[in-house]
Design a protein around this ligand. Structure first.
Ligand code: NAD
Ligand code: ZN
Length: 348
C-alpha cells in the first residue's frame, strides 16, 4: 500500500506526466481501489499522439488507462457486493442506467456513458482510483490481476462474436491480428468455431495468431480486396460464415464483405476513417449483414468465466511489462508497435 497517488496524466497532445494526486474517496455505491494492473490500449496511445479520437477531444488534463484491475481498499456507503481486500476487474464504462438504451440492456449505447480515459472522464492508470462497485467483478483466487485487466479487450471479443452470431462449427474470418483481432480469435475458438482464419499485413502478428490457435492465416500483400478474399476462401476451403473486421483498414473492410458467405454477417470492430467506400451491392444482393460493434455490453461476467474455466488463455497476449513509474517508456514501447499487449503494474 502506498500513501501517495502517483497518476499518469495526459495534459495535452504529446504530454504525459506522472504526478502525485490526492487519493480519491469513494462516494455512495463506490469502492476505492488500490490499482494492480493496467494494460495500454491503442486508444490511450492515440489520445497521447493526437489529442483526440473523432469527436472526443482532450481539452483538460485527463488520467489515461482503462484496461484495469485493482484491490478494494475502501467501501463507500451502501456497498454490499464487495469487501475490502477483494481483487476485482474494473469494467471501465459506467452508463446512466436510466435512459432507454440502458433500460433495454444496451448500456454500451448510453449517451451519458462515463468511460475511463475517454474525455472528459479520467482513467485509472494510478495507484488509487474509485469506481462504481457494481462495475467491479470479483476475481477468483486463481485468476491473476493481469488477467483481470485483460478482461477489457476480451470483452470486446465476446461482444463482437455475439454480434456476429459465432456458434458451434462456424467458420470465421478475423481481419487484423492486433490485440483486438487476437481476442476475437480466442473467443471464436472457445465458442466452438470449427475454423478461424486470420489476416494481417504483418508477418510477426500472423505468427502470434498461429500460436494463439488460428487454423490458417493469410498475409495480405494485395490492395485488391477480391484477390485477398479469394486467398481467404482458399485457406478455409469455403467462405466464412462470419467475418470480424478488426483492422479498420478500408481495403480489409472491402475484403470482409467479398469473403463472407451469402446470408452471413460482417461485424465492424476496427475503426478507420469515418467514411469508407464499400462493395455495398455485393452485400445487398447476397444478404451479407453488416453490423456495428461498440465496446461491449453485459460481457464482463462471460469474459471472466471463460478465463476462470480455462476456456481461453489470455496470458500470452502480454509481451511487455512496466512499473507505473515507467509509464512513459511503456507508452513509447506501445507506440513502436513492438509486441502485443503492454501491461503496467501500479502497486508500489
Ligand atoms: P492494432 O493497430 O494493434 O491492430 C490492427 C492490425 O490490423 C495490425 O496488426 C495491422 O497490421 C493490421 N492491418 C492493417 N491493415 C490491414 C489490412 N489491410 N488487412 C489486414 N490487417 C491489416 O489495433 P487493435 O488494438 O488490435 O485494435 C484494432 C481496431 O479495433 C482499431 O481500429 C481499434 O480502434 C478498434 N477497436 C474498436 C473497438 C470497438 O468497440 N468497436 C474496441 C477496441 C478497439
Ligand atoms: Zn443510459
Amino acid at each position: 500500500m502506498s500513501d501517495t497517488n502517483l497518476t499518469a496524466i495526459l495534459h495535452k497532445k504529446g504530454d504525459i506526466r506522472l504526478e502525485d494526486c490526492p487519493i480519491p474517496e469513494p462516494g455512495p455505491g463506490q469502492v476505492q481501489l488500490c490499482m494492480q494492473h493496467v494494460g495500454i490500449c491503442g486508444s490511450d496511445v492515440h489520445y497521447w499522439q493526437h489529442g483526440y479520437i473523432g469527436d472526443f477531444v482532450v481539452r483538460a488534463p485527463m488520467v489515461l488507462g482503462h484496461e484495469a484491475s485493482g484491490i478494494v481498499s475502501k467501501l463507500g456507503e451502501g456497498v454490499t457486493n464487495l469487501n475490502i481486500g477483494d481483487r476485482v476487474a474494473i469494467e471501465p464504462g459506467v452508463p446512466c442506467r436510466r435512459c432507454m438504451d440502458c433500460k433495454k440492456g444496451r448500456y454500451n449505447l448510453c449517451a451519458d456513458m462515463k468511460f475511463c480515459a475517454t474525455p472528459p472522464y479520467d482513467g485509472n492508470l494510478a495507484r488509487y482510483y474509485v469506481h462504481d462497485a457494481d462495475f467491479c467483478y470479483k476475481l477468483p483466487d486463481h485468476v491473476s490481476t493481469e488477467e483481470g485487466a485483460l478482461l477489457e479487450p476480451l470483452s470486446v471479443g465476446v461482444h463482437a462474436c455475439r454480434r456476429a452470431g459465432v456458434t458451434l462449427g462456424s467458420k470465421v474470418l478475423v481481419c487484423g491480428a492486433g490485440p483486438i483481432g487476437l481476442v476475437n480469435l480466442l473467443v471464436a475458438k472457445a465458442t466452438g468455431a470449427s475454423q478461424v482464419c486470420v489476416t494481417d499485413i504483418d508477418e510477426k502478428r500472423l505468427v502470434m495468431a498461429k500460436e494463439m490457435g488460428a487454423d490458417c492465416v493469410v498475409k495480405v500483400t494485395s490492395k485488391d480486396p477480391k484477390e485477398v478474399a479469394a486467398q481467404v476462401i482458399e485457406a478455409l476451403g469455403e467462405k466464412p460464415d462470419f467475418t470480424i473486421e478488426c483492422s479498420g483498414a478500408p481495403p480489409s473492410t472491402r475484403t470482409a464483405i467479398f469473403a463472407t458467405k451469402s446470408g452471413g454477417c460482417v461485424v465492424l470492430v476496427g475503426m478507420g476513417p469515418p467514411s469508407v467506400e464499400l462493395p455495398i451491392i455485393d452485400a445487398a444482393v447476397r444478404e451479407v449483414d453488416i453490423r456495428g460493434v461498440f465496446r461491449y455490453v453485459n460481457c464482463y461476467p462471460t469474459a471472466l468465466n471463460m478465463v476462470a474455466s480455462g476456456a481461453v488463455n489470455v496470458k500470452p497476449l502480454i509481451t511487455h511489462r512496466f512499473k507505473l513509474e515507467d509509464s512513459i517508456q511503456a507508452f513509447e514501447t506501445t507506440l513502436r508497435g513492438e509486441g502485443i499487449k503492454v501491461m503496467i503494474e501500479c502497486k508500489k
